[in-house]
Ligand binder design. Structure first.
Ligand SMILES: C[S@@+](CC[C@H](N)C(=O)[O-])C[C@H]1O[C@@H](n2cnc3c(N)ncnc32)[C@H](O)[C@@H]1O
Ligand code: SF4
Ligand code: SF4
Length: 397
């Protein structure tokens, strides 16, 4: 039994913090139905309350506070400066490593703003559905997004790119990946359009389309020696090659995900939800009212109950690479999980028929990881040498 918010936060290690419900874009599939840049923003006191709750109470030494929205860059730099300084100093006090990434549409990212975010050690992840004209079919601001990616590229900082696979780009993945390569984006991740918010059931990809999109991503990685690495298909390749022994931190790919367990989302006004992908339908409570274990347990049981539908999984070989859909999406549309299931089965058959090539791509991935690790070590060594030289100069002066 969980008796208070403080006790509830002991189990939490990752929070999606919705800094505003508004946005300067109006993407046709937006899962939070964001609209309008004139919008309330999270009070800094609310953010500090959230930081206090997780940093002081979490039993994990590594905690994540992800800046999200709506569009987080609608908030001024001063807000981030105060929020990050507060959370990091509290982290030091409580011996916690506090990771603060940001997911942004990138359209308001200028060089000055980027410098500020990087100074604050905020990791920037940009949403982009492809080259500008393709991005703009369902999103908007494509040229400005390309400029943001270019800025990040010039600064040579690690960046994330999220691409929603939709009716407009599922059959154009090679073009999307060629363009990413051209502009220096070597890593990205696809998410299928989810039936949430403005992303309604009619826009969903069929199972065949999901498969075809993933197949093209796989073929591009194979054909081009993984010049552009895509994380979702690679994670399925990894599970095909070595089984399911490495669950992801949020376990989104596992039979039971972490929504409402070690992971939550909190909206601009302090309402706590089990997941950032659907803040309309599921609610754990509000930070200004006492924690209700009854409400929490009911919500959790309802959200994670997969019903009889899941019986089909027990003798299915494809479960080795399956994501088991997404509970918040399944509650909105049963079609989504059927499509996801079919797409996974088709991908499994394809992997089995092309196993040698799947192992080749996996080997490329492992080499790539080793190379990244080597580069990280070189950078660390260079930084340490520079620091020693600096200290030597100060000592000699
Ligand atoms: C809601 S947005 C908030 C952050 C920021 N405004 C942005 O677009 O990056 C977070 C992520 O969810 C993605 N997203 C929005 N609606 C979606 C949907 N219906 N299905 C899948 N992903 C969606 C966006 O593309 C973005 O990558
Ligand atoms: S997906 Fe992001 S950029 Fe698009 S409308 Fe929603 S909040 Fe804005
Ligand atoms: S592919 Fe379908 S049946 Fe197989 S494990 Fe996944 S959801 Fe279950």
């Amino acid at each position: 039994m969980v008796g208070s918010w403080e006790q509830f936060f002991e189990q939490i290690n990752n929070i999606t913090v919705k800094l505003t419900p508004g946005c300067n874009l109006k993407c046709s599939y937006c899962n939070v139905e964001a609209a309008g840049p004139k919008t309330p923003i999270m009070a800094i006191e609310r953010f500090k309350q959230i930081a206090d709750l997780i940093i002081k109470n979490s039993t994990s030494h590594f905690v994540g506070l992800e800046f999200h929205g709506g569009e987080p860059l609608l908030l001024p730099d001063e807000w981030f400066e105060e929020a990050v300084t507060y959370a990091r100093s509290l982290g030091r006090e409580h011996k916690k490593i506090v990771d603060m990434p940001m997911v942004t549409n990138g359209t308001m990212l200028t060089e000055k703003r980027l410098n500020k975010l990087l100074d604050l050690k905020i990791r920037v992840c940009v949403s982009c559905d492809g080259p500008p004209e393709l991005n703009d079919e369902l999103r908007g601001g494509g040229e400005r997004v390309a400029r943001a990616l270019n800025l990040l590229q010039r600064r040579q900082v690690g960046k994330g790119v999220i691409t929603v696979m939709t009716q407009s780009n599922w059959n154009r993945m090679p073009e999307v990946m060629d363009w990413f390569h051209e502009i220096g984006v070597n890593d990205f991740m696809i998410n299928f359009l989810q039936p949430q918010g403005r992303g309604v059931a009619g826009d969903l990809l069929s199972g065949e389309q999901m498969f075809e999109g993933m197949r093209e991503v796989f073929e591009h990685m194979h054909r081009n020696n993984m010049a552009v690495h895509e994380a979702e298909v690679t994670s399925r390749i990894e599970r095909f090659a070595r089984g399911r022994d490495k669950p992801a931190p949020l376990a989104c790919h596992e039979f039971q995900c972490q929504a409402g367990r070690s992971y939550i989302a909190i909206d601009t006004f302090g309402t706590v939800h089990p997941c950032g992908s659907d803040v309309m339908s599921h609610r754990i409570g509000h930070l200004d009212t006492p924690f209700s274990d009854n409400q929490y347990q009911n919500m959790l049981a309802k959200l994670h109950d997969k019903g009889d539908w899941i019986l089909r999984c027990f003798d299915c070989n494809a479960k080795q690479i399956c994501n088991h859909s997404c509970p918040t999406s399944d509650k909105n549309s049963e079609d989504f999980r059927d499509h996801d299931c079919l797409g996974t089965k088709m991908l499994w058959d394809y992997f089995c028929q092309n196993a040698d090539r799947v192992y080749e791509v996996y080997a490329m991935y492992l080499e790539r990881q080793e190379e990244l690790e080597r580069r990280r070590l070189v950078l660390r060594e260079e930084a340490m040498k520079a620091r020693e030289a600096e200290l030597g100069e100060v000592g000699g002066a």
